[in-house]
Design a protein around this ligand. Structure first.
Ligand SMILES: [Fe+2]
Length: 298
């Protein structure tokens, strides 16, 4: 069996607004569009990803919140309707997805072996979280490949960002070992926004773009700083800065997704490709990718 490899890492933010604005058949509510810059960015990402052979998407979602350890979706098939609890008027999505159970089990075992608390989710009636669904949909709307979904253990909330960071780094390295042993070619999705303070009210038309802007100037400065560092290939520095960024910008990196993904890639010196940056209800969102046919790390 050929050695598996991680051939891509993507920052794949999951505002349900982006699916709502796309009007796919899986989502009930209809829209007049909106958030085009981010959606066109995802479109360019999909074009680039199509040129990279890969077998599976592995996503770490902030909205599958497990307070005791990291859980891995490990049943073969999940279907149902996902309704966003904050935006039920925007996101009522019928999903039907396949899981790469062998890889899911291997990631869970590697992570457990590395000292993390882990669990496999095999309940066929489990409702998959909307962060997993939105990021996977925007990267592959046809759901043409199986996925592996990993929860966020919320160590930031229970302990500190630093504890979360350390666990996410160990999980990233465990994920890489599991992928390499699997023979599969995997793309990793860090499902998160950057700065994450959002509006508390909404206009009559949610997709009215005349209302859309970053919540505050401080968030803009932080987002641009992080994006610039990532575009310059300073990924290790971003991981080092993550606790401060997460606290100051109330960033969704508190979930560990970005640290996990960059650690799995070996914190490359290579620049990430920025496909888009845009705000959604005041939060900062970057769609970025590190894609390489020969895999990461080199
Ligand atoms: Fe979120």
């Amino acid at each position: 069996m050929a050695q598996g490899r991680i051939v891509g890492g993507v920052i794949a933010p999951h505002p349900p607004h982006l699916v709502y604005a796309d009007n796919p058949p899986q989502n009930e509510p209809r829209s007049e569009g909106g958030w085009e810059m981010l959606r066109w960015g995802y479109e360019r990402l999909r074009r680039d990803l199509a040129a990279i052979e890969h077998d599976v998407l592995i996503v770490l979602s902030p909205h599958w919140q497990t307070y005791v350890g990291w859980h891995v979706l490990a049943g073969p098939h999940f279907s149902g309707k996902s309704v966003d609890p904050i935006f039920p008027h925007l996101f009522r999505y019928t999903y039907d997805l396949e899981v790469d159970t062998a890889l899911a089990e291997a990631i869970e075992s590697e992570a457990r072996g590395a000292g993390l608390v882990t669990e496999r989710m095999t309940n066929p009636d489990f409702r998959v979280d909307y962060g997993t669904i939105v990021s996977c949909h925007l990267v592959d709307p046809a759901w043409s490949r199986p996925i592996v979904s990993i929860s966020s253990c919320r160590a930031t909330a229970y302990y500190t960002v630093e504890v979360m960071q350390e666990q996410a780094r160990i999980l990233g390295e465990a994920t890489r070992r599991a992928v390499e042993a699997s023979g599969k070619r995997a793309v990793l999705l860090a499902s998160n926004s950057l700065s994450h303070r959002h509006f508390t009210d909404e206009g009559e038309l949610p997709e009215d773009m005349s209302r859309e802007h970053i919540t505050n100037h401080g968030q803009h400065l932080w987002d641009v700083k992080i994006v610039e560092m990532l575009r310059a290939g300073r990924t290790q520095e971003v991981v080092d800065l993550m606790p401060e960024f997460t606290r100051q910008a109330i960033a969704e990196t508190d979930a560990g997704s970005l640290t996990w993904m960059l650690s799995a890639l070996g914190c490359p010196d290579a620049p990430g490709e920025l496909y888009a940056y845009g705000t959604v209800i005041g939060t900062g969102n970057a769609v970025m990718g590190w894609l390489r046919e020969e895999g990461w790390p080199a």
